[in-house]
Design a protein around this ligand. Structure first.
Ligand code: NAP
Length: 338
């Protein structure tokens, strides 16, 4: 398929979906976007997928569907994660016909603790996000004879300037560093922090559509693999980007946070914190527990497409975050007191 007549992009206002829309437009297509709250222009519909019937203009079949809509929060209760990442997929699949080129966006972390997506058990995954996204991939396999599944790790902004249409997930880190919510980085300093730019994902999706639907199921795993930045180096990049921005705005520089391994944290520091910190402090400390597993990855992802180096992308994305979240980026952390 060289030029699909009708291309539907779900989650079109999100970090990735917006970039996919731009890449498809740049490739000469006129994609139709969908999001829960709707977007600007006529080529965009509001549809709370999975909770209501699709509006009439979305009736299928489509030549291509790029399914980006998801809830990327890691800490949703299981039932909500299922409602956010599985139920909508079934509704979107209903708009696809046998000839539709279906592209499902997934996460590199979907293989959970066992290294693949086959287990339906919640215990096989670090959190409800991984578990529900793995279920979604299994549904794509079961419901379609052919489809593209595209996995990728943490998403940063555009390669040129770090711009992102939505800052979520990883951007807790610069916010927490500025407001002092994290007293230490619970991470393996030598672990791998794999990332991609929205451009990498969007460009890949555009190339997949240009190449036509696959025979069977085709898996792409984007990332840097063993070339990913080390956690310590990535945190230094984040600190450098924040402090460069702070210097230009006459704000006190941030100190480098100490590292504590997850084992040290859980065995020694957390029990101590539970005894001495107040409720608000403790909530902050434990809120970041969900990220520990991701900052301690030592085995590289088995990638199929290596993206260019991401250090500059990270630097630019954090600077861009500071520019667009000035009040948060200007905060001066206060020392923790028990
Ligand atoms: N961001 C990452 O670091 C990352 C990493 C790996 C994989 N991924 C995957 O990449 C894809 C896109 O993620 P993202 O980061 O772009 O997410 P995002 O920025 O949070 O955007 C989510 C998009 O999906 C829409 N949406 C969510 N649930 C919906 C529903 N039930 N009905 C209609 N629209 C719905 C949202 O619309 P509203 O804003 O109107 O609610 C928004 O447009 C997801 O499949 C995600 O799992 C993301």
């Amino acid at each position: 398929m060289t030029a699909p007549a009708r291309i539907l992009v779900t989650g079109a206002t999100g970090a990735v979906g917006s970039a996919v829309m731009r890449a498809l437009r740049a490739a000469g297509h006129t994609p139709h976007g969908v999001s829960r709250r709707g977007g600007e222009g006529t080529g965009h519909s509001a549809w709370h997928i999975g909770a209501e019937d699709p509006p009439p203009e979305l009736r299928g079949p489509w030549d291509a569907v790029v399914h980006c809509a998801a809830d990327t929060r890691w800490n949703l209760p299981d039932e909500e994660a299922e409602g956010a990442n599985v139920v909508p997929l079934r509704a979107v699949l209903a708009l696809a016909g046998p000839g539709t080129h279906f592209v499902h966006l997934s996460s590199s972390f979907v293989t959970g603790l066992e290294g693949d997506i086959t287990s339906p058990s919640r215990d096989a995954y670090r959190n409800s996000y991984e578990w529900s996204k793995a279920h979604a991939e299994r549904i794509v396999h079961a419901e379609r004879d052919g489809a593209d599944i595209v996995r990728f790790p943490i998403v940063m902004g555009a390669r040129a300037d770090g711009a992102l249409d939505r800052y979520s997930g990883f951007f807790w880190l610069p916010a927490a560093m500025c407001n002092g919510a994290v007293p230490a980085l619970v991470a393996e300093e030598k672990g791998l922090l794999d990332m991609v730019s929205t451009d990498d994902v969007a460009g890949h999706v555009a190339r997949l559509l240009a190449s036509g639907p696959p025979d069977g199921h085709r898996l792409s795993v984007l990332g840097r693999g063993d070339g990913a930045q080390r956690v310590g180096d990535a945190f230094d990049t984040v600190l450098e980007a924040l402090n460069d921005w702070r210097a230009e705005h006459d704000v006190t520089p941030l100190d480098r946070l100490p590292y504590v391994t997850p084992q040290q944290w859980n065995r020694f520091y957390l029990p101590f914190a539970e005894e001495y910190l107040d409720r608000a402090q403790l909530l902050k400390v434990t809120a970041f527990r969900a990220y520990q597993g991701y900052l301690s990855v030592t085995d590289p992802f088995d990638i199929t497409v290596q993206v260019p180096d991401t250090r500059d992308v990270l630097y630019r994305s954090i600077r861009r975050w500071a520019e667009t979240h000035e009040a948060s980026a200007r905060r001066v952390p206060r020392p923790w007191r028990a």
